[in-house]
Design a binder for this molecule. Structure first.
Ligand code: G
Ligand code: G
Ligand code: MN
Ligand code: NA
Length: 244
């Protein structure tokens, strides 16, 4: 069968999809503050397919909204007592059902809104910024947080920051990767920190792999981080055990 038919079936049935969770830590204390949910597909006969291989197919086939909606509820249900970040594609946001879906998913799972952060990818954003801003504000009115994902690599970062109601950003890992060897990367991250500090926004640094990177980020005032230094995406059980 064609890949996209198999994927459509997997998303409808739900059972071949699963989630892994990557820890997000406090850079000052080092302790866990939450997890990001990341989707995986166990394709029969092919093992586990990473999202970079099947999200483009889902996008092409018009399946992103169904996929992200499934992830939203599944991630909330699987992470009791833990703050969880969920990715929201531009397609899902543009569909207009996000505020209602979020309210329903919180009610169904009995989770508090404060436990949920939605990550909106700025590179994938958005024909209509006004519509996106209204939808995100509706979600925030529920008490859910919104973060701009992959911050800094898009064409319109500053416009998005100004026009979209968000609580924080995630600094793209391409900046973090260069931090301890490229002085210009440090200048860029310092500038990003000044910018978001002035706007009262939070930051999570992505892709932190070394103590040196963590030290620079701490010095620049970034308070949260995610990356292989702290943990790879893994089943929730591993995260729970790691916290004991
Ligand atoms: O898990 P991994 O680091 O391989 O993820 C690769 C990319 O796929 C990342 O950009 C991530 O944001 C995206 N991604 C992972 N899970 C989801 C999801 O549930 N929904 C959306 N829209 N993107 C996801
Ligand atoms: O775009 P998003 O932030 O949702 O992407 C998360 C992706 O980044 C996942 O695919 C995850 O596997 C990957 N990732 C997470 N931590 C690290 C890291 O420390 N180094 C690298 N190279 N990739 C990472
Ligand atoms: Mn993300
Ligand atoms: Na990201």
């Amino acid at each position: 069968r064609a890949l996209r038919d198999e994927l459509a079936h997997a998303i409808r049935a739900g059972e071949q999809l699963h989630l892994v969770y990557q820890p997000i830590v406090d850079l000052r204390g080092g302790g866990p503050v939450g997890v990001e949910a990341l989707v995986r597909w166990r394709r029969p006969g092919h093992g586990t397919v990473p999202p970079d291989d099947f999200l483009p197919v889902a996008r092409e086939a018009g399946l992103m909204r169904a996929l992200d909606r499934w992830v939203l509820t599944a991630a909330l249900a699987a992470t009791p007592g833990t703050n969880v970040h969920v990715n929201v594609s531009a397609e899902y946001l543009a569909g207009g059902t996000l505020p209602g879906d979020v309210a329903r998913a919180l009610a169904e799972t009995g989770r508090p809104p404060s436990a949920l952060t939605l990550e909106v990818t700025e590179t994938a954003l958005i024909g209509n910024l006004d519509v996106a801003a209204r939808l995100l504000q509706s979600v925030r009115d529920l008490g859910v947080r919104v973060a701009l994902d992959d911050f800094g690599v898009g064409y319109s970062s500053l416009t998005y920051l100004r026009r979209l109601p968000v609580d924080g950003i995630k600094i793209d890992r391409s900046f973090v990767a260069e931090l301890h060897r490229d002085p210009e990367a440090t200048v860029l991250v310092r500038t990003i920190m000044t910018l978001i500090g002035g706007l009262g926004l939070d930051c999570v640094a992505e892709g932190v792999e070394t103590e040196e990177q963590a030290a620079v980020l701490r010095e620049l005032g970034c308070h949260q981080a995610q990356g292989y230094l702290y943990g790879r995406p893994a089943p929730m059980l591993s995260n729970a055990v790691a916290r004991l």
